[in-house]
Ligand binder design. Sequence first.
Ligand code: ZN
Length: 580
Amino acid sequence: MSKPSYEEILDIKRKINISDIIRDYVPLIQRGKNYFGVCPFHDDHNPSMSVSNEKQMYKCFVCGEAGDVFNFVKEYEKISYYEAVKKVAEKAGINVNIDTNFKPKTNNIFSRQYEIYDISNKFYQNNLNTTLGKTARAYLKERQISDEMIKHFQIGLSLNDNNLTKLLSNKGYDDDLLVKSGISVRRNNTIYDIYRNRIMFPLWDINGKTIGFSGRVYEGNDQSKYINTMETDIFKKGLLLYNYENARESIIKQDEVIIVEGFMDVIRLYSIGIYNVLATMGTAITNDQVNLIRKLTKNVILMFDGDAAGGKATNSYIEVSKNIDFDIKIVRLEENLDPDDYIIKKGKEKMLEHLAHAKSLFDYKLINSKRNLNLDNPEDVSKFINQIVKELSKINDDIVFDLELKKIIKLTGVSEELVRSKIKRDTKKNVVEKKPIRKKVRESKYDKASNLILYNMINNNDIILYYYDNLSYLPNEIDRKLASEIVLFFKKYNSFNLLDFITYLEDNNELVKRVSEIDDLKIDKISTKEEIDEYFETIKEYTKKKQIDELSEKLKNETNEVVRKELAKKIFDIRIKENK
Ligand SMILES: [Zn+2]
C-alpha cells in the first residue's frame, strides 16, 4: 500500500479525539465544550488556540493556523501528511499498515537486505571488543574517539577472515543476496568477506536502519583510506543524509541544522556537544536531501571542508536550495581543514566561535562577487554592483538591508541614491511574484456575499447543488476553489459534513484554513432560498460589472468604427439583462 485512502484516514479520525492527541504536545485547559492552549505556531504566551472535539478541529485566533488532528501533527512535527496520519494512528493504538512517503518499500528482498545489514553491524561492533580488536581500539583512542562515541555511532571492526560471510550463510542468506548486498565478494565460485581489517562505520537511512558501511584502514599503507558500500537497492547515495535519525530531535528543538561533508565531522562535532549535524557524505546535494532537511528546520549552517572542493560544494548547495525558503549561513574553515581535523588541531572553542559567527548568505556572496574584481577599476565596480544588487533586493529585514547597503557603499564609494535606484528597478520585476496577503477584514458586498454563500453551502446540503446549478462562480480564486471542492465532495459522497471534508482536503492548507474561517463566521442562522438568491444576484452583478468594465476599456482604445459599434452593443445588451 503506497498511501492510505481517504476512507482509511477518516476511520482513524473517527476513532480518536483531537484533544487527546494535541494534549501530548500542548497543555490544554477546558472551557465549556472546547479546550484552549498556547498556540505552538506563533510566538505567544496566551491560550489563543482552541481545540474542538465536536468539530475535530483546532484553530488559532491570532495566527489563523487551523485544521484537523493530522494537520496539527504534520505542522508540529514537520513531517509529511501521511507520516502524521501514521503517527496519530500509532498514538491512538490503532493498527494501520501505512507506508509513508520515503520509507523504501519493504518487500521481501529488501527486508532480507536490512536483516543482513543489521546482523553485520552487530557482528562488527562485537569484533571491536575482542582481543583481536586491541590495535583498532588503540587507534581510535589516538584519534580521540571515546568509548561513548564508539557506542553512539556503533563503530565496529572487520577482521582478516570470512566469519561474517560464514555466519550469514549459516543463517540461510543465499550467496547471491550476500554479494548483491555488498557484504561478500565472489571469487572462483566461493564467497568471501569484502571488508577486512577496517574500522567499520555504519551508514543509516533516514529511519535509522543500517544500509551500508564505510570501512577505514587503520594499519599498513592501504591506498584507499575509506571504502564505502557500493550502491544497492537500499543504499542510495543521493538519499543518504548521515545522522538524520539521530539528529532529528536536536535539529527540531534548536531549529537549526549544521551540514557537513563527512561522517567523521559529525562524530567529532558530537564529541564537543554539537548534535544537530547532518553529513552529505561528500556526494552532490540533491533535491531529495534538501527537502528532507526543510522538513526539520529552515535555518541551515553550511560547514563544508575548507578546501576548494568544499567551496564548490557550498555553492552547489546554495544553488540547489535557492527556491526553498532556507535561511542559510556559511562557515568556511581556514587552512583547507575539514571540521574533524579543525577541532583536533584548533580546539573546541575556535570551532564554537566559527559557528557563532557564521556568515550570512549575503556576506558570503559579497565576498565571492568581489573575489576576482578590482574595486579601484570603475568597470569592475559596475559589474560588482550589478551582481550584488540582485542579492541585496532579496533581503526582507529592513535593518539587515540597511547595514548591508552601507557595506556596499563603503566598499565601492558609489552613492546611496544610485544603489537604491538600481534596487528599485530590480525589485519591480519581482513584485508580481509575491503572493497577496489575504486581508483580515473582508469588506466589499461581494466578499460578504461570497462568505454567506460558502457558509450556507457547508451548513445546508441543499445549497451545494443549488450553487452548482445557478452560479458556480465566485470572484475570489480561493473561494471559487473551495466551492468547487465542496461540490465535488458532495457529488462523490452524497452528503457533506465539515469533519469528513477536511480529511478529504488532506494537507491543502489554503483551503483548510479558508473553510475553517467560513465555519467560524458569526452568523446566527442559515439563509432562506430567497436570501441565497440575493447573494447570487450580488455575485452576478459583480461579474457583469467586471465584463462592462473590460468592454468599456476596450471601447476606449478601439479606433475601428465597426468594432466600436459591436462593443457598444455588447455593453448595452449586458445592461438590458441587468434591468430585467
Ligand atoms: Zn497561532
